[in-house]
Design a protein. Structure first.
Length: 266
């Protein structure tokens, strides 16, 4: 596969950064795909997790001189990168109050990349507060979601960030619940429906989940015909005329499970 210019240059920027950084290799094509459109623009890129500072340089070199690169870290030592021209905010990403104050200072942003503490509650708080703060189109990408499955990070018990992210894709359906008022269970969790109302899509990659946020562009969808067929012309829908179920392998990470999924109208 040919490597895109965005990707090749990103890897160069990573390797040539004048400070250490440490990334998983499969993230580079994901970054190129998710953030490539921002190169050369006056974008605002926020990364939670500064550590040795290397990724701040990578983003600056790759995105270009107009980009505003912001680092967030709990370690006050990260402030030293202000001298290199980065905006740094020191605070705890698990604290909603910290984010509310910080987003007020940051204003609108194009990307929030979370490479911070990697505990599920921190990732959830960061996403929630970014969604609250988002006023313009942006992406919130949560990195190293493998921690949702790691013993060291298992204090969340069953409520990992990955489980939260998977459930949040159901919440997106709230905007369609008016299609079938008699069939669709009423949306009772208006608070969550509201929280995710700015989310256009949730993309799952190996180790990274990206929320594409469109605060003003998401309409309440409706069902439309291009031309409604006359009654005698309308084709019969064969939906329930095929086989009535299938034995499928369920995508469980730990156990091989074969299940009979029954079909048919209920
Ligand atoms: C994986 S490192 C960041 C690596 C860096 N982004 C890179 O690519 O080189 C994680 C960083 O998150 C910071 N961190 C850990 N817990 C945090 C928290 N609760 N709030 C903010 N930052 C936190 C750590 O101090 C550490 O610098």
């Amino acid at each position: 596969m040919p490597v895109s210019t965005d990707l090749a240059e990103l890897i160069d920027c990573f390797k040539s950064a004048p400070a250490p950084s440490y990334k998983v290799t499969n993230y580079f094509p994901i970054y190129a795909d998710l953030f490539g459109h921002l190169r050369g623009t006056a974008c605002t890129f926020v990364e939670t997790g500064v550590l040795n500072g290397g990724s701040l340089f990578m983003w600056r070199h790759w995105l270009g001189p107009k980009a505003r690169i912001i680092g967030v870290d709990l370690n006050p030592g990260a402030e030293k990168w202000q001298k290199a021209g980065f905006e740094i905010y020191i605070g705890d990403q698990g604290d909603p109050g910290f984010w509310r104050q910080t987003f007020e200072k940051i204003g609108t942003f194009d990307v929030l990349l979370d490479d911070g503490g990697h505990q599920s509650f921190q990732q959830i708080v960061t996403l929630t507060e970014a969604l609250r703060a988002a006023k313009t189109n942006c992406i919130v990408a949560v990195e190293d979601t493998i921690t949702s499955l790691m013993r060291e990070f298992s204090a969340h018990k069953d409520h990992s960030f990955l489980e939260y992210a998977k459930s949040s894709t159901d919440i997106l359906l709230a905007r369609m619940s008016h299609f079938f008022p008699n069939d669709f269970p009423a949306v009772r969790n208006q608070k969550m429906a509201e929280q995710f109302s700015k989310v256009e899509s949730v993309q799952f990659f190996a180790g990274l989940v990206a929320y594409k946020i469109r605060p003003h562009a998401i309409e309440r969808p409706s069902l439309v015909w291009n031309h409604q067929p006359a009654q005698d012309e309308a084709a019969k829908d064969f939906r329930y005329n095929g086989v009535n179920g299938a034995q499928v392998d369920w995508p469980d990470l730990y156990t091989q499970k074969s299940l009979l999924i029954q079909g048919g109208k209920t």
